[in-house]
Design a protein around this ligand. Structure first.
Ligand code: MN
Length: 331
């Protein structure tokens, strides 16, 4: 029997999976290792139980080649091939309905929908939600669900979950002892961190070095922003973003490393002329709240939003949101 609609715990989430006759598992658009690690490990468990299960990610958001390393068995299908009306839809690491992109309509046609997420900016959707904003990664919640389901982890699942855990915790830095205990469990179950992370980081073309130099040379620091803690930002034009794709995201770490106790922002111009803004910080101010002011969401220390307009306009909106949230919490 299905649990009543609404919030469920890991046991309730497992009950939904136990009851399902076929499953479509969705990651969020612009998939990262957390969302794909969750999705692949859930679908793998269901297949082992003899239940048809596939993973898909809605458009826009091609799955980067490097992330294919998390899907050695080819469980991920094209968005166009996602079943139109699955018995159970499972949404992993998506903070709101629109993060499902073109596959959000499956929420309307699925028999039931289970959302597993850890974003503080979570906006409820789906028939059932297993959400814990204190979880450092959604894979920690999926691990609980699979344990409740009584499913052991094979090496592929352990690798997929490890990748999500490692990425969302900033290299096992966040989440304290439980993060490290789970990491140890996943390594014992067959995850091999060295080769896994090498595959996930992927090879970068030589031309990236010159592009990176240009991006970093154009970085700015506004020392008075964020109540004197400073704002470091850089922007990437559409041509560079189109040529180097997700390599561009690696710039964020370079910016954040120079932002001290302030905030780092990376503005990436999309092919349609809108801007994708990524934010990193210490959690003060709460960047999920800053991002919400810009129409996005995320976590206290890492968040993002998509905005139209010019780069200058986007920066001005960001400065205003930072002021509002910095003042709002009395820093
Ligand atoms: Mn996540």
């Amino acid at each position: 029997m299905r649990p009543d609609p609404g919030a469920v715990d890991a046991g309730g989430a497992a009950a939904l999976l136990r009851d399902a006759s076929d499953v479509l598992v969705l990651g969020h658009v612009g998939p990262d290792p957390d969302t794909l690690g969750c999705a692949v490990s859930v679908a793998t468990a269901m297949r082992r139980r003899g239940v048809p299960a596939v993973v898909a990610v809605g458009d826009p958001g091609p799955i980067a080649d490097r992330l294919r390393t998390l899907d050695p068995d080819g469980i991920v299908v094209h968005a166009a091939d996602a079943p139109p009306s699955p018995d159970l839809l499972v949404c992993c690491d998506a903070s709101e309905r629109r993060r499902l992109g073109s596959l959000a309509d499956r929420l309307d046609t699925a028999g039931a929908s289970l959302v597993i997420d850890h974003h503080v900016s979570f906006v409820p959707f789906g028939t059932h939600q297993f959400v814990d904003p204190t979880a450092p990664a959604t894979v920690t919640l999926v691990r609980q669900v699979l344990a409740e389901l009584g499913e052991p982890l094979d090496a592929n699942q352990a690798s997929a979950l490890f990748a999500g855990l490692y990425t969302d915790t900033g290299g096992l830095r966040a989440g304290g002892a439980p993060t490290l205990r789970l990491a140890a469990e996943l390594v014992e179950a067959g995850a091999e961190p060295a080769s896994l992370m090498r595959g996930l980081n992927g090879d970068r073309p030589f031309g990236w070095l010159a592009a990176l130099a240009t991006i970093l040379a154009g970085a700015h620091r506004e020392p008075d922003a964020v109540a004197g803690a400073g704002l470091v930002w850089a922007r990437v034009d559409a041509a560079t973003a189109g040529r180097f794709g997700e390599q561009v995201g690696s710039v964020m770490g370079q910016l954040a490393a120079t932002a001290g106790h302030g905030v780092a922002a990376l503005l990436t111009e999309c092919q349609d002329g809108t801007w994708s803004v990524s934010l990193r910080g210490t959690g003060r101010p709460d960047l999920s709240a800053v991002a919400r002011r810009l129409g996005g969401g995320g976590h206290r220390g890492a968040a993002g939003a998509e905005l139209g307009g010019t780069a200058d306009g986007v920066l001005e909106a960001l400065r205003e949101a930072l002021v509002a949230e910095t003042v709002g919490q009395g820093t």
